[in-house]
Design a protein around this ligand. Structure first.
Ligand code: ATP
Ligand code: MG
Length: 372
C-alpha cells in the first residue's frame, strides 16, 4: 500500500499533477541528485523501532520515549527525552510514553497536543540522527505501517515524518518484508508484531486491500493473556507486564512437548519459583487460530489456479515468529485447508527496515510524498 505524493512545491508543478514524468525534475527527486540523498527504511513498530540507511547504518531500539518526571530526575538524567533502552532503564524516574498501539501512533484526542505524536516525532528524529545524514543532505524515507492501516493513521505517520524527512512513502509492513526477501509473487507473508499480525499475499503487483488482513491480537495480546493466566493460577506472585514479556521472549513456544519453564517472581518481597509451562503455551497459542482462519480466507479468495502455490509458500516474520514450534503448528492446522509449507525469515529484527530501504532506493519518483 503506497501513498502517492500529493503536495507539489511550486504552482507551476501543480498544473502538471497528473503527469508524473513532467514533474520529475522539479520535485527534489531521489534520482536527480544521484548519490547525494540518504535513503532510509524505517520500521516504526509498536514495540521496536529500527532504521536501515543507505550509508550502512543499522539501529534498533524499543519504541519508548521517557521524559524526566521532576527536578530531581532532571538533575540525574538531564532535561532531554530519553529513548529506547535508556528510557526503559530509567523508567522509574521518567514519564514513559509508548507512542504506538496496534501498529499506529496513538491519539489522545487533544488536537494540537498529541503527546504520542510528539514522542513518535522525537523518536524518528533520534533514529535519523543515528543514521548520521551529512549536513544539508536530503533524506528520503520509507516507513512501514500495518497492512490495513487506515488513511487517518497513515496521515499521522506522515505528520510524524514531516520536518524530519524530505520525502516519505508509507508502505504495508509485510510488503516491505516480502520486498527484502525478493518474494513478490505466489507467497503469503505473515508479520507477527507486538501490536498487530499482518498478513499479505503477493502476486507480482502492489498488494491491494483484498490481499491483506490486519489482526489486533499479536504479541501484546499474548503478554496480557499470559499475565492474566499466571495471576489466576498464582495470585500471590508479584510481576509486571515487562517481566512477563521477557519471559515470553526467552521461552515462548507453541509445541506440545517442551522442557518445563520456570519463572522467578517475588512473593511478599521474596523470590520464588513458579512452573509456568502450560500457561506460557496457552498464551502463545492464543493468537494462532486467528492467523489460521485469515490464511484460509486469503487462500480461498485467491485465483484457484494459484492457490496451491500460495499454500506452499507461507513465510513468517516479525518478533512473534520466533515462538518455538510455530511454523509446524501452522502447517498442522493447514492440513485441513489442503496442506501447506511454512517457513520463517532469518532476520526478523531487520527484515522490515531492510525491505523499506530497498524500496526507498528503487521506487520511482511519482510514488514519493514530498514533505514541505
Ligand atoms: N522469542 C520470542 N518469542 C515470542 N515472542 C517474541 C520473541 N521475541 C520477540 N517477541 C515478541 O515480538 C513482538 C515484537 O516483534 P516486532 O518487533 O516484529 O513487533 P513491532 O514491529 O514492534 O510491532 P508491530 O509490527 O505490531 O507494530 C513483541 O510482542 C515481542 O514480545
Ligand atoms: Mg512490525
Amino acid at each position: 500500500m503506497v501513498i502517492k505524493h500529493e503536495k507539489i512545491r511550486s504552482t507551476k508543478q501543480a498544473g502538471k499533477k497528473n503527469r508524473p514524468n513532467s514533474s520529475v525534475s522539479k520535485i527534489p527527486s531521489p534520482f536527480a541528485p544521484k548519490g547525494k540523498a540518504l535513503f532510509v527504511g524505517i520500521d516504526l513498530g509498536t514495540s521496536r523501532a529500527s532504521i536501515a540507511a543507505s550509508n550502512g547504518v543499522r539501529e534498533v531500539m524499543p519504541t519508548y520515549v521517557g521524559y524526566p518526571k521532576d527536578n530531581i530526575s532532571e538533575e540525574l538524567l538531564g532535561n532531554k527525552p530519553l529513548f529506547g533502552d535508556a528510557a526503559l532503564k530509567h523508567r522509574l524516574s521518567l514519564e514513559l510514553v509508548r507512542p504506538l498501539a496496534h501498529g499506529v501512533i496513538q491519539n489522545n484526542g487533544k488536537s494540537g497536543n498529541n503527546k504520542y505524536l510528539t514522542a513518535a516525532k522525537q523518536l524518528v528524529r533520534y533514529l535519523l540522527q543515528k543514521a548520521r545524514p551529512k549536513p544539508g543532505q536530503p533524506v528520503y524515507g520509507v516507513i512501514g505501517a500495518p497492512a490495513r492501516a487506515s488513511i487517518a493513521s497513515k496521515r499521522i505517520l506522515i505528520d510524524a515524518a514531516s520536518g524530519i524527512l524530505d520525502a516519505v512513502m508509507i508502505v504495508s509492513e509485510p510488503f516491505t518484508v516480502a520486498y527484502e526477501l525478493g518474494v513478490l509473487d505466489q507467497a503469503l507473508v505473515i508479520d507477527i508484531g507486538a501490536g498487530t499480525v499482518d498478513l499479505c499475499r503477493l502476486h507480482g503487483t502492489l498488494p491491494q486491500n483484498q490481499d491483506q488482513i490486519t489482526l489486533d491480537q499479536a504479541g501484546d495480546y499474548v503478554d496480557d493473556a499470559l499475565s492474566k493466566i499466571i495471576r489466576k493460577k498464582y495470585p500471590k506472585a508479584q510481576f509486571s507486564i515487562n517481566m512477563v514479556r521477557k519471559l515470553k521472549e526467552r521461552h515462548g513456544f507453541v509445541s506440545e512437548n517442551s522442557d518445563r519453564v520456570k519463572a522467578k517472581f517475588p512473593v511478599d518481597g521474596r523470590p520464588r519459583e513458579f512452573d509456568v509451562t502450560d500457561e506460557l503455551r496457552k498464551a502463545c497459542k492464543s493468537i494462532v487460530p486467528g492467523m489460521v482462519s485469515s490464511i484460509a480466507k486469503l487462500i480461498a479468495t485467491y485465483d484457484p489456479e494459484f492457490q496451491q502455490a500460495l499454500r506452499s509458500n507461507v513465510i513468517l516474520a516479525g518478533g512473534g515468529s520466533q515462538m518455538v514450534g510455530l511454523p509446524e503448528l501452522i502447517e498442522d492446522a493447514m492440513d485441513e485447508l489442503g496442506g501447506g509449507q511454512v517457513s520463517r525469515v532469518d532476520e526478523p529484527l531487520f527484515a522490515g527496515s531492510n525491505g523499506a530501504l530497498k524500496m526507498a532506493r528503487r521506487m520511482p519518483v511519482h510514488f514519493w510524498k514530498v514533505l514541505t
